[in-house]
Design a protein around this ligand. Structure first.
Ligand SMILES: Cc1cc2nc3c(=O)[nH]c(=O)nc-3n(C[C@H](O)[C@H](O)[C@H](O)COP(=O)(O)OP(=O)(O)OC[C@H]3O[C@@H](n4cnc5c(N)ncnc54)[C@H](O)[C@@H]3O)c2cc1C
Length: 408
């Protein structure tokens, strides 16, 4: 049978199935999911869903009928357990499926913190709908939360938990927040917004253990022996690509993910990898890297589907990402490079400003707070790479798209 088998039914896998059908793939499409829930939007798990602003139905990626209507065989709770690349078949919990094309969209998983007491009741990670349900219930019963890791997911949870009346402390091992993803000015702005809402931060501490009594977490013990009390602990120390199946068949890896080209093709022709699990050399990067974003998952899926159908649309999109915390919509575009110069557009005191990073006079990355127009303009300027007029770009009253040097 000349099926397309897709392992993983989330942003990348579902988009790949839809794009294959849209592009005219006539053969079966088998979409394997390890989860029991219909595929859903993952970003709201740490935002609107936890805050009680969105229910589960609003999170669905597609209406359940979509799969049947499109002739996509969505198999929930039927994870792939092995791949035979020679016989070209995937074995799952329930059976085996032959493939002509295989798409691995297994995403990433929450990085564990294997310390004494890990896994006690009241400790959580946040990756899936099941995790989010458990965390939402846990939040309702808790009074003091410790968040290990000041990354996006931890901070989004902090902003929700404090509004729910919990006492919230964030432990960040680095000297400042988001040191790998945001410029200091913006990271400090976000920290201050949390502090003004009552969130406490501790920087530079190492966590040595979870304190547990009667199977329930009661706090965390730091490296210096100090114990911080909590009845809820969220571990948010990043994600790891789910590459076990790819490794079992010897696919090349890079940057912790499955190495792919601009079409999403792995080192084995006819086998693709997409989304969080894939690492590729983005046009805006200096080496292969994994991008953990919805935009990357969706765009990579579209490129792979086009390639499978004989087309040529390598991924060239400018990477972008967002996070919502309190009344702040933070949007990022492009990839920072060492040695960039920085421009701040607007006044952080107004709660709306942008930080632009330039290499020479070209915009390479932008970070906007409540300035959606700057974000959209940045994506275009990063992609088209005109020379930026620094004086105009620094003036928040000038539309960013006009802040370019006149052609000579
Ligand atoms: C809480 C949270 C908030 C986020 N917020 C944002 C945001 O604001 N903006 C943004 O751009 N991105 C955000 N992200 C990241 C974004 O959700 C991911 O980049 C995106 O989900 C990647 O999609 P994916 O399909 O590659 O992988 P995933 O969404 O990780 O899905 C992979 C799927 O494959 C399944 N799977 C794994 N192994 C198997 C197997 N053997 N067989 C079958 N199925 C398998 C997994 O169970 C999972 O369902 C957030 C992520 C989380 C967890």
């Amino acid at each position: 049978m000349s099926a397309a088998v897709i392992i993983g039914a989330s942003h990348a896998g579902v988009q790949a199935a839809a794009s294959l059908r849209q592009a005219g793939w006539q053969e079966p499409v088998i979409l394997l999911s390890a989860e029991k829930d219909y595929p859903y939007h993952r970003p709201p798990l740490s935002k609107g869903y936890l805050a009680g602003e969105k229910d589960e139905e609003q999170l669905l990626l597609r209406a359940p009928d979509f799969y049947r209507e499109q002739g996509i065989e969505l198999r929930l709770e039927d994870p792939a357990t092995s791949i035979d690349p020679v016989a070209r078949k995937v074995v799952t919990r329930s059976g085996s499926f032959g493939f002509e094309k295989l798409l691995i969209a297994t995403g990433s998983k929450a990085r564990p913190l294997p310390l004494p007491g890990a896994g006690a009741q009241g400790t959580f990670t946040l990756r899936s709908m099941m995790d989010a349900r458990a965390l939402r219930d846990g939040m309702r019963q808790a009074s003091a939360a410790i968040i290990i890791g000041g990354g996006f997911i931890g901070l989004e949870f902090a902003s929700t938990a404090i509004r729910h009346g919990l006492d919230v402390t964030v432990l960040e091992a680095q000297p400042r927040l988001l040191s790998r993803s945001l410029p200091a000015a913006l990271a400090d702005f976000i920290r201050d917004r949390h502090v003004s809402s009552g969130v406490r931060f501790r920087f530079g501490d190492q966590v040595a253990a979870f304190e547990v009594s009667g199977g329930r977490v009661t706090g965390v013990r730091l490296g210096d022996g100090q114990v911080l009390a909590a009845d809820l602990v969220l571990v948010g120390v990043g994600g790891e690509a789910e590459t076990a199946l790819a490794q079992s068949i010897g696919l090349d890896l890079a940057a912790g993910g499955i190495h792919v080209d601009g079409h999403g093709q792995t080192s084995r022709p006819g086998i693709y990898a997409l989304g969080d699990t894939a690492a590729f050399h983005n046009a805006y990067a200096t080496a292969p890297m994994r991008l953990e974003s919805v935009q990357n998952a969706v765009d990579q899926a579209k490129s792979a589907a086009t390639h499978i159908m004989g087309g040529n649309a390598p991924l060239v999109a400018v990477p972008w990402f967002w996070t919502d915390q309190y009344d702040l919509k933070v949007q990022m575009a492009g990839l920072a490079r060492p040695g960039c110069t920085e421009i701040v557009r607007g006044d952080p005191a107004d709660g709306a400003f942008s930080v632009l990073q330039l290499e020479g006079d070209r915009l390479v990355a932008s970070y906007t707070v409540n300035r959606a127009a700057d974000h959209m303009a940045s994506r275009r300027l990063i992609s088209e790479a005109p020379a930026v007029n620094v004086a105009l770009a620094s003036d928040a009253s000038v539309p960013l798209l006009r802040a370019v040097k006149a052609a000579a």
